[in-house]
Design a protein around this ligand. Structure first.
Ligand SMILES: [Zn+2]
Length: 165
């Protein structure tokens, strides 16, 4: 053991070196093999301030969660690159599979009573009941996708979560 390995110098060394099992070290090693490094980045532009609830409401209404005046989407599931009103960089906020998961979860729970009623309370043939349920589930999933994406983007931005941009 060398003489300069005091607890203070060890602590300094620990600050300089990433922990061998840290997430950032693993991502850095992945990034060094790729042309475009996969490193978590913080969302640039205006930072969130104030309560979370109004931001969630604006996201669910498919408006910019920061200002609530501009549209959040330029296509069905493509968010605008920057908000033209307040300048938040929505192109960097990635909701990934969250909106699909949430819309399927909600659609399934909303359709369950209809499924029960169609199967046990009516005399319509099985093929017709399956068709009705499938069409209802598909329509609900598609209708819920955009508001759920707005919700997830609002929460991700408001909580300052690192994105995979
Ligand atoms: Zn805005």
């Amino acid at each position: 053991m060398k003489g300069d390995e005091t607890p203070a110098s060890q602590a300094k060394f620990a600050l300089l070196m990433p922990h061998p099992y840290s997430r950032f070290r693993r991502l850095r090693s992945v990034g060094s093999r790729c042309k475009t490094p996969y490193l978590p980045t913080m969302i640039k532009g205006p930072q969130p301030t104030g309560a979370l609830k109004p931001k969630i409401k604006r996201g669910l209404m498919m408006k910019c969660p920061n200002c609530g005046d501009a549209k959040l989407f330029r296509a069905f599931l493509k968010p605008v690159e920057y908000c033209p009103n307040c300048g938040v960089n929505w192109g960097e906020v990635r909701a990934d599979d969250g909106p699909a998961w949430a819309s399927m979860l909600l659609a399934g729970h909303l359709t369950a009573p209809v499924f029960h009623w169609v199967v046990f309370k009516t005399d319509i043939p099985t093929w017709a009941s399956i068709t009705v349920i499938c069409l209802l589930l598909t329509a609900l999933c598609i209708a819920l996708l955009q508001p759920m994406k707005g919700l997830f983007m609002a929460i991700i931005w408001a909580k300052g979560a690192p994105t995979s941009g």
